[in-house]
Design a protein around this ligand. Structure first.
Ligand code: IVH
Length: 685
């Protein structure tokens, strides 16, 4: 094939696949079989592997999943839609109960009632009623903004269009849209008979049916809804979660059953096992049960952390398992240089999904499992997590199995791979010279929760890195300038054109302004996830101040170090990672280069209330009697205050409980306002 022929064929394939995607996803009327579709995609992938220059951001290979961006309108949620934390084992459940009690200042023996109900596997949806009429239904989306699926949701029989007279004027119900097992099976039979693609499981079927652009198709799909929580609602609507369930039922909603009220660990666990035993007989797929603190005033005090409420958690059922053969072990290199062994498996269906890879986590895990290449292994899948190998069936060994020895060098760049004392992970020491690490860092940098640069897909990043065009994040923002003097310019590369290059630069330039928390997250510092990045951004305010603080905090005896540790969720481990990052000269160079290219906007603490303490720096000291220190801090933060661990001239208030010591003294010396616990409560409630 000549280059020109390849280019023509590529263009054709992209066009044809896009058309089939549209027929499948949007019109729900595929005209070719799955096998035919797959072979088109494979041809495209082969072509792009051979001629990487042909790849454009429009290519179906560059899209995450095959789903084209939807035609639904975006809607902001009045109250964010949260997800749930998980516990997997009895110990996890016990810790959850203890944590909640401790936060509320209760003793372990004090009783606290939880309501438990099944966790149905579907997709979450928020319904808004105004003057008792359904006016809006939205998907969760990223929690802050979802998609308007009102027309489709109106076709679901379980969703009342109209609420009774005694319902509040403004009322938002959150719940799950799902499909029953029998109806799912019947739908798949129908689809198969019509030669259409079938769904892998009821969850996908429900999601696929709701996200149809053609409401006529949704109408034919057997969808259900049950309510599990409220969004915007007036304060005195109910006093307990149980009462919410009862009122929802009166309003015509379905509720997940069986449910129950429990106040001891043993009873909760008993419920969990009872529902687990019922699981095969339930008409719908459930992946666990959910426990919620029953009293709503407690729920309010507990609030949420990151994206999940502190007052609820999901207790998952054990995962589904299958037996297969481990064909090989390969090493992947991650963003932080971690070498992760990945098992390549003989494909096997586990809980309705074909699995061909599983993570082996790290070196020790291979030793712990005693796994050899060629072994029969038990693989397990739980929820959306990466499949794992849980057991080796040694009795099936034939003697042909091979021992795997973990490499001491990086398979990508050849640098030494070192395992620090006390660490489980072996890391490549190549840093930025390791192509794979650099690529993974760049991928993280442009990912959705970070810089969110559209059109810079994995393959393009690989390509740019290979060509030496983009080595560090700052290079992304210099690309347009460099391209002006490059021969040949990007526009003339195979597969690119004026339009695709213009689009790429447009999407890069659109991100020259970035909010500080996203910026911090994008740096990819170990252990600094989105929530920690937000806390850091709120605490330090600007990159300049954060850098200053990080330099000062290198001295572990400094006030700056104490201040860093006072930020919620930041312990010595995270602090080490942060300080390590800021101690590296090349990281500081990258930061300086980025600062030249970007405008970094301050992070606005969300849902900021106009409270007397918003924006104020507060230090708690001594013993509080009305609530625990953690609760006091969380509440102050929710009111927009910044919590600090040490008193300085910048401190606005020191809240002194009983037996306050040196901090109180320092506050008095500096003339900082000191409040007693009750004065503080008066100010903030
Ligand atoms: S309560 C504030 N209850 O599971 C969030 N969620 O994995 C309260 N889910 O986002 C959620 N069954 O979409 C709750 N009985 C149940 C549920 C349930 C399914 C979903 C929900 C949530 C997801 C978290």
């Amino acid at each position: 094939m000549t280059l020109e022929e390849a280019r023509v064929r590529h263009k054709k394939l992209v066009q044809v696949i896009q058309d089939h995607d549209c027929l499948y996803y949007q019109k729900d009327q595929p005209v070719i079989s799955d096998a035919e579709y797959d072979s088109l995609r494979q041809e495209l992938e082969r072509l792009e592997a051979e001629y990487p220059f042909l790849i454009t951001s429009e290519s179906p290979t560059q899209k995450i999943g095959a789903e084209p961006s939807s035609g639904f309108k975006k809607v902001k949620h009045a109250v964010p839609m949260l997800s749930l934390s998980n516990v997997f084992e009895d110990g996890g459940l016990h810790d959850f109960i203890v944590r909640v009690k401790r936060f509320l200042g209760l003793n372990e023996q004090d009783s606290l009632t939880f309501i438990a109900e099944p966790k149905i596997d579907g997709l979450s949806c928020s319904l808004r009623y105004e003057n008792k009429k359904l006016v809006m239904a939205a998907t969760r989306g990223d929690g802050a903004e979802g998609e308007d699926i009102t027309a489709n949701v109106r076709t679901i029989k379980d969703v009342p269009q109209q609420l009774p007279e005694d319902a509040p004027d403004i009322f938002e119900v959150r719940g799950e849209i799902y499909m029953r097992r029998d109806e799912f099976a019947a739908l798949n039979e129908r689809l198969a008979a019509d030669g259409k693609k079938i769904f892998a499981n009821p969850r996908n079927a429900a999601a696929g049916s709701v996200r149809q652009l053609n409401v006529e198709i949704t109408k034919t799909r057997p969808l259900h809804f049950f309510g599990y929580a409220l969004g915007v609602v007036k304060r005195d609507f109910a006093e307990t979660q149980q009462e919410i369930r009862e009122k929802l039922k009166k309003f015509g909603f379905q509720e997940a059953e069986p449910s129950g009220l429990f106040d001891s660990f043993d009873d909760i666990l008993g419920y969990y096992h009872a529902v687990g035993a019922l699981r095969p007989e339930l008409p719908y797929d459930i992946d666990g049960v959910v426990y919620k603190v029953n009293r709503l005033d407690f729920q309010e005090r507990l609030g949420f952390v990151s994206r999940a409420p502190r007052w609820a958690t999901a207790h998952k059922f054990p995962a589904e398992q299958a037996i297969t053969i481990l064909n090989n072990i390969e090493i992947q290199v991650g963003r932080t240089g971690a070498l992760t062994p990945v098992a390549r498996l003989e494909p096997v269906t586990v809980g309705g999904v074909v699995v061909s890879n599983a993570t082996l986590h790290n070196e020790d895990e291979i030793v712990r499992l005693g796994v050899k290449i060629g072994d029969h292994v038990v693989v397990q899948r739980a929820g959306d997590v990466i499949p794992q190998i849980v057991q080796v069936l040694t009795e099936k060994r034939t003697g042909q199995e091979r021992e795997f020895s973990f490499p001491a060098t990086c398979p990508v760049c050849g640098s030494l791979a070192i395992r620090e004392e006390g660490e489980v992970v072996r890391r490549c020491t190549g840093g930025l010279i390791c192509a794979e690490q650099a690529v993974e860092r760049l991928k993280h940098f442009v990912s959705r929760s970070a810089f969110d640069i559209e059109g810079l897909g994995d393959k393009i990043i690989h390509l740019f890195r290979e060509k030496g065009l983009v080595k560090t994040p700052a290079d992304i923002f210099r690309l347009e300038q460099i391209n002006k003097t490059m021969t040949p310019p990007l526009q003339e590369w195979e597969g690119w054109g004026d339009k695709s290059v213009e689009n790429l630069f447009d999407s890069i330039n659109a991100r020259r302004t970035i909010i500080f928390n996203r910026f911090i997250y994008a740096l990819g510092i170990r252990q600094v996830g989105e929530a920690t990045a937000k806390r850091l951004a709120a605490h330090y305010g600007s990159l300049v101040q954060m850098k200053e603080a990080m330099v000062a905090a290198q001295d572990r005896d400094s006030e700056a170090y104490g201040d860093l540790l006072s930020i919620g969720d930041i312990g010595p481990g995270v602090a080490d990672e942060l300080l390590g990052f800021f101690a590296e000269a090349h990281n500081l160079e990258v930061l300086a280069a980025l600062e030249k290219e970007l405008e970094i906007m301050p992070y606005e603490v969300p849902y900021k209330v106009d409270s007397p303490v918003s924006g104020k720096t507060v230090v708690f000291t001594g013993t509080l009697t009305q609530m625990t220190r953690d609760e006091a801090k969380a509440r102050a933060e929710a009111l927009g205050a910044k919590i600090s661990g040490s008193v300085s001239k910048k401190t606005d208030y020191v809240v002194a409980g009983a037996d306050a010591g040196s901090k109180l003294k320092k506050a008095e010396e500096l003339g900082v306002m000191v409040l007693s616990e009750s004065e503080w409560l008066e100010l903030t409630t």
